[in-house]
Design a protein around this ligand. Structure first.
Ligand SMILES: [Zn+2]
Length: 136
């Protein structure tokens, strides 16, 4: 009996972005399941939300890491986000800040950032695994 593998994603409540996120990550990371912590405008919520809200997001991510032994956290932003209506470039800057925050908070995981573009397709913006591989 093989144990199912999990990854963890922090993404938007927007249903247009959710399905491409989950399908892409399952394939890209070769995991059985993706645990999905949702907030409207997740990049902004994670960086600039009320402290109690940020703690709740982290608590839910921690459940996924601990209970499902996920070793990967992905932060996802998307085109036309009503929860955080800023430009693509501003989203990318926030994703980068989110990655730094996640890496400081949790050292033992692979950290990805993902962009769901105007065609509702997923683009990998950064992958700590790739960075480590290139540096090695
Ligand atoms: Zn959104």
């Amino acid at each position: 009996m093989s144990q199912k593998s999990f990854a963890t994603a922090i993404g938007c409540i927007d249903g247009r972005a959710a399905i491409p996120t989950l399908q892409f990550l399952q394939n890209y990371l070769q995991v059985d399941h993706v645990d999905f912590v949702t907030s409207a405008g997740p990049d902004k919520a994670f960086l600039q939300g009320e402290p109690a809200k940020i703690e709740e997001m982290k608590r839910q991510v921690a459940i996924s890491l601990n209970a499902h032994h996920s070793k990967i956290i992905t932060i996802v932003a998307h085109h036309d986000c009503a929860g955080n209506p800023i430009s693509r470039e501003e989203h990318f800057a926030m994703l980068s800040a989110c990655v730094k925050e996640i890496e400081q908070w949790n050292h033992d995981v692979r950290v990805l950032s993902l962009w769901i573009n105007e065609k509702w397709q997923a683009e990998v913006i950064s992958d700590s695994w790739d960075a480590n591989t290139k540096a090695a």
